[in-house]
Design a protein around this ligand. Structure first.
Ligand code: NAD
Length: 251
């Protein structure tokens, strides 16, 4: 029997990139808070082993950059859950590059997942979020939505685009009761960040930079994603919420 006392009881959510890291933690937290969740990730990422048999979870394996992916995801969500209240555009990739080492293909690949798929899914979800009356779009930005760093040329550019895209969504959809916000994680330990943290200097830089004195965990970001999805955040829109242990504000 599912708990029906959660903060997201009755809400219907889509979470992309749900097989790993931050997306997995968000999907789990939403389910714990009594939401129904369509968990989306690439074929072969084994969503079944993470969420198979979990009450309230529907699974969909597909590449979100496919031409018809957004339409397929929305159709599955409406079929399985009867509508959509919350869209979490979490799936993302990080590849180190400078301006001179960013090929056209690399640019298209990173922007395709981190920005274009986010745009298309938001566009296809919009009519359903408007019907919700309390629609929410929660996008995964980064502290790199505000900052630029060495070897993060295309990744940082894509995360700045997330900020602009989200603010524009907030303006376009606000009159229909839909809010749009983006999360700005700092250094969170996941599969995506692991290769960067293999560099000891990089790791200790971020451990020391956060005033709270540690690296972040996926659950730290998931807790913020629950807040933004909840009724408590109904007047919060168009903003980036840092989840970085204070790292970005420390001189
Ligand atoms: N980990 C960090 O330190 C950090 C910091 C700031 C922002 N972020 C952002 O948080 C989000 C999640 O990152 P994470 O660290 O949990 O990464 P992760 O690699 O652990 O998980 C990302 C998930 O997205 C999925 N995905 C990637 N491309 C996809 C595609 N084309 N179609 C469907 N699914 C796809 C992957 O299979 C994976 O399961 C990303 O947008 C990332 O940029 C992470």
């Amino acid at each position: 029997m599912r708990n029906s006392n959660g903060r997201l009881n009755g809400k219907r959510a889509i979470v992309t990139g749900a097989a790993s890291g931050i997306g997995e933690a968000i999907a789990r937290s939403y389910l714990q808070e009594s939401a129904s969740v369509l968990a989306v990730d690439l074929p072969g990422r084994n969503l079944e082993s993470k969420f198979g048999g979990t009450g309230g979870a529907t699974l969909l394996e597909l590449d979100i950059t496919g031409k018809n992916a957004a339409a397929e995801i929305i159709a599955k969500a409406v079929d399985a859950m009867g509508g959509i209240d919350i869209l979490v555009n979490n799936a993302g990739i990080a590849v180190g590059s400078s301006v001179e080492t960013t090929s056209d293909d690399l640019w298209d690949k990173v922007m395709g997942v981190n920005v274009t798929a986010m745009f298309r899914l938001s566009r296809e979800a919009a009519p359903h979020l408007k019907k919700s009356g309390a629609g929410r779009i929660i996008n995964l930005g980064s502290i790199m939505s505000d900052l630029a760093g060495p070897n993060l040329f295309v990744y940082g550019t894509s995360k700045h685009a997330v900020a602009g895209l989200t603010k524009s969504l907030a303006v376009d959809l606000g009159e229909f009761g839909v809010t749009a916000n983006y999360l700005q994680p700092g250094a969170i330990i996941t599969a995506l960040s692991a290769p960067f943290f293999e560099d000891d200097a990089f790791r200790s830089y971020w451990e020391e930079k956060a005033p709270v004195g540690r690296l972040g965990r996926p659950q730290d970001v998931a807790s913020a994603a629950v807040f933004l999805a909840s009724d408590d955040a109904q007047f919060v829109s168009g903003v980036g919420l840092n989840v970085d242990g204070g790292a970005i504000v420390k001189f």
